[in-house]
Design a protein around this ligand. Structure first.
Ligand SMILES: NC(=O)c1ccc[n+]([C@@H]2O[C@H](COP(=O)([O-])OP(=O)(O)OC[C@H]3O[C@@H](n4cnc5c(N)ncnc54)[C@H](O)[C@@H]3O)[C@@H](O)[C@H]2O)c1
Length: 262
């Protein structure tokens, strides 16, 4: 018996990193899992294969979740395979998210907001519509960040989007009242997102070099995809059923160690 037996979960941007860790963790607990990513290659296909190896259904749904058309195509494809959606994890991000204030041009700003705010919102909206139509409730989780709490140099656009998600899930929780749908964020700290080396049937890749993090993390080490995935498991299973509109930091104490983070 798994914590998510019979549930159908869609994870965006799950080819690698935290999303892949979430996908394998939810599959380990009995969920059928759809992997989305904008990159359609053998690594993405392999993520779906590894899910299926766990005795549940694993599918891949390529597509760009920064546009409403892309989101609808991905969710349509997921519903064709799985028939229903119980869990949506908004996780996708593009690389190189840091940009100095004066190098942040309109194209970068729009790209950030299109994926991390607009995309997460409209994916949540469409998933909630499907959940309500089915009447069995559901779970929506968005990946925020420590950058939603404290200003670190050259992270303003990313941090603004990630802070917006903290407010967004509160609004979703309120607007979806009475439908047994919860909406929450997980805010990761410094998490290694490399693919595993060697045996790829594992959740975590190589960890960060702890020395590079200096004294910025009280845990004195970086986090792994499994650290984030276990928090997502809590929020998406019955364990976290009374948590709603909340953002949970999973950062080894990084924000606790910085001034007066809220
Ligand atoms: N890794 C960290 O230290 C860290 C820290 C704080 C927050 N986060 C958040 O956690 C989430 C996962 O981060 P990660 O480091 O594992 O990322 P990652 O770069 O390892 O993986 C992100 C995936 O999203 C995919 N993607 C990019 N644009 C897409 C699009 N438009 N549509 C669909 N897929 C798309 C990428 O191809 C990639 O496979 C992100 O939301 C990120 O902001 C990560």
């Amino acid at each position: 018996m798994g914590l998510l037996d019979g549930k159908k979960a869609l994870i965006t941007g799950a080819r690698k990193g935290i999303g892949r860790g979430i996908a394998l963790t939810l599959a380990n607990e009995g969920a059928d899992v759809g992997v989305n990513d904008i990159v359609d290659d053998e690594v993405s296909q392999r993520a779906a294969e590894l899910i299926a190896k766990r005795g549940v259904k694993g599918t891949f749904h390529p597509g760009d979740v920064s546009t409403v058309a892309g989101i609808n195509a991905v969710i349509d494809s997921f519903l064709e395979e799985h028939g229903q959606i119980d869990i949506l994890v908004n996780n996708a991000i593009f690389p190189d998210q840091s940009r100095s204030l004066f190098d942040t041009d309109e194209a970068f700003w729009d790209r950030m907001m299109d994926l991390s705010l607009k995309g997460y919102f409209f994916a949540a909206q469409r998933a909630a519509k499907e959940m309500i139509a089915r009447g069995n409730g559901g779970r929506i989780v968005c990946l925020s960040s420590v950058h939603a709490y404290d200003a670190m140099e050259n992270w303003t656009a990313y941090g603004t989007a990630k802070a917006g998600l903290r407010r967004m899930v509160k609004g979703l929780a309120v607007d979806l009242s009475g439908h047994n749908i919860t909406a929450n964020c997980i805010a990761p700290g410094a998490i290694s997102n490399k693919l595993p080396e060697g045996d790829d049937d594992v959740i975590d890749g190589p960890p960060h070099n702890a020395a590079l993090l200096g004294s910025s993390v009280p845990a004195a080490k970086g986090g792994l995809p499994s650290d984030i995935a276990n928090a997502v498991l809590y929020l998406t299973s019955d364990l976290g059923q009374y948590v709603n509109g909340e953002t949970i930091l999973v950062d080894g104490g990084m924000i606790a160690a910085r001034k007066m983070g809220d």
